[in-house]
Design a protein around this ligand. Structure first.
Ligand code: UN1
Length: 495
């Protein structure tokens, strides 16, 4: 019997009003059905928003340190269930166990950070320009947050958004990706078990075009935090503008790693393998371009292609697997399309490029790790986000040229430079246009307590993570208290 999962609205697990549902299957073995999930309607979202709105009126009054206590409990429960959650996540979206364990750990780190922020949420006190007058600014919660998340970090990304939102005193309507509803459901169960009052978190499953769109355009939703493609982000931003809600967008990337001629090549090699093929290349922070200094180009490419051919594709639950499947059929088709485009554009396919033919991989959405060399800067495979295991290799003569190539993109999320020369490293840090720059570290591996986000068309200027995300989830209120007992006019009586 297939397990039937539900929405959570106002503390009650319930079917969608439509009664319709969809199946969620394992991408490494599509005969493995994880469960069915509701295909919810506009009306389901309306109920969830209403419940979040009502809950907000009480939740905003709970002291932030008390909200933080619940966050600590959530962190404890996630820690206790880390292994179970990691296995469930691998089954649901394919990445290998080491990575899904990391994903859960990122959620745990975010919970404990939020718990500690409950005793900070600092405001400012400043001197008033008038005597016997006091001035301060405090952070206040905003209201109902719409949380719309992708499948590639099915636990970490929802926690990046919901934990700071809730710690700050907001309530949430959460719409997870259709490919990862199970991990999202377990997360919400844990949040409720930790003691969140009914309605503080609500989960509504279903399509972006129905559930997502209703949240984004809803009059009673005050802010939206979205991670996904640039295409969807642009449309979402337009749709949300009608109600002037606050929107945080975390969108695409075309991240590059530069390897200079003085770099530790073995270290750079490990880095690019992890950056390009970790999560099967399906990260917004994935390394999708490699820029090699001409002096080490041929040697490094040779080392890289040997290692890449040795990567073992397989079910992420097996300890022998290095690289799991792609998330679904449409995404694998899109990767295949880009391989064809690369070949047509005249790039040199040096390894991979195919659907593997091993028997044990035939029921999953696997695709070989793929490398194109001799890629020119304006080819589509050098400029468009592929979101799969495809790496485009370019050549540079100097750091300046390498950085220019790296910056030659509409995106600006993550970036990496391998060099032993400290002067070059600082020059790169200064000139690279990206929200994140790593030196001698691959493009992936952001830590939960640091700002996360990108420049250019990767986002709209907000940051997740660390202390910076609290600027998004709170509003500033300026407060003046005059204890002089008379009318004092600022800018007038003091001059
Ligand atoms: C994403 O790619 O969508 O730095 C998020 C990293 C992870 C988060 C990635 N900690 O790659």
């Amino acid at each position: 019997m297939t397990t039937k999962f539900k929405n959570l609205i106002n503390g009650k697990w319930q079917d969608s009003l439509t009664g319709e549902s969809y199946e969620n299957r394992n991408p490494a073995n599509w005969n493995d059905v994880i469960g069915t999930f509701p295909l919810s309607s506009i009306e389901d979202v309306n109920l969830a928003v209403k419940s979040a709105r009502i809950a907000f009126e009480k939740w905003r009054l709970v002291p932030a340190p008390a909200r933080g206590e619940i966050m600590r409990k959530i962190g404890d429960l996630l820690s206790l269930r880390k292994e179970e959650l990691a296995r469930e996540m691998t089954r649901e979206m394919g990445k290998v166990l080491a990575e899904t364990r990391g994903d859960v750990q990122e959620g745990i780190d975010t919970a404990y950070y939020a718990a500690s922020e409950g005793r900070r949420l600092f405001g400012n006190t400043v001197p008033s320009e008038l005597p016997n007058k006091f001035a301060m600014a405090i952070r206040v919660p905003i209201g109902v947050a719409g949380i719309i998340t992708p499948w590639n970090f099915p636990l970490a990304i929802p926690t990046w958004k919901m934990f700071p939102a809730i710690l700050s005193g907001n309530t949430c309507v959460f719409k997870p990706a259709m490919d990862t509803p199970k991990t999202a459901t377990t997360l919400v169960e844990i949040m409720m078990e930790a003691g969140l009052p009914d309605g503080v978190v609500n989960i509504v499953h279903g399509k972006g075009s129905v559930v997502g769109n209703t949240i984004v355009t809803h009059n009673d939703v005050d802010l939206i935090s979205f991670t996904g493609s640039t295409l969807v982000g642009k449309q979402l931003s337009k749709d949300a503008s009608e109600t002037l809600k606050r929107v945080s967008l975390e969108l695409g990337g075309k991240n590059a790693q530069i390897v200079m001629d003085d770099a530790d090549l073995d270290l750079a090699l490990e880095g690019v393998l992890w950056g390009a093929f970790g999560t099967t290349g399906q990260r917004c922070t994935a390394t999708s371009r490699l820029i090699l200094h001409e002096k080490i180009h041929d040697k490094f490419l040779e080392m890289l292609s040997i290692k890449t051919k040795n990567l073992k594709l397989g079910d992420g639950l097996l300890s022998t697997s290095d690289v799991g499947p792609i998330i679904n059929e449409a995404q694998r088709k899109s990767v295949q399309k880009y391989v064809e485009i690369g070949i047509k554009e005249g790039a040199n396919l040096i390894c991979g490029g195919k659907i593997p033919n091993q028997k044990e991989l035939q029921n999953g959405w696997f695709h070989e790790p793929t490398i194109f060399a001799d890629v020119k800067p304006n080819m589509r495979i050098a400029t468009e986000e592929i979101f799969g295991p495809v790496l485009s290799v370019l050549k540079c003569k100097s750091l300046e040229e390498g950085v220019n190539l790296l910056n030659n993109t509409i995106y600006g999320l993550s970036s990496s430079v391998y060099t032993k020369d400290v002067n070059k490293a600082f020059q790169a840090i200064r000139d690279i246009q990206a929200g994140i720059t790593y030196i001698n570290v691959p493009t992936i591996g952001a830590e939960a307590h640091m700002p996360f986000g990108g420049v250019k068309q990767t986002g709209n200027g907000h940051r997740e993570g660390g202390w910076t995300v609290y600027d998004f989830f709170t509003e500033w209120k300026a407060i003046y208290i005059d204890y002089s007992g008379k009318l004092q006019r600022a800018q007038i009586d003091n001059y």
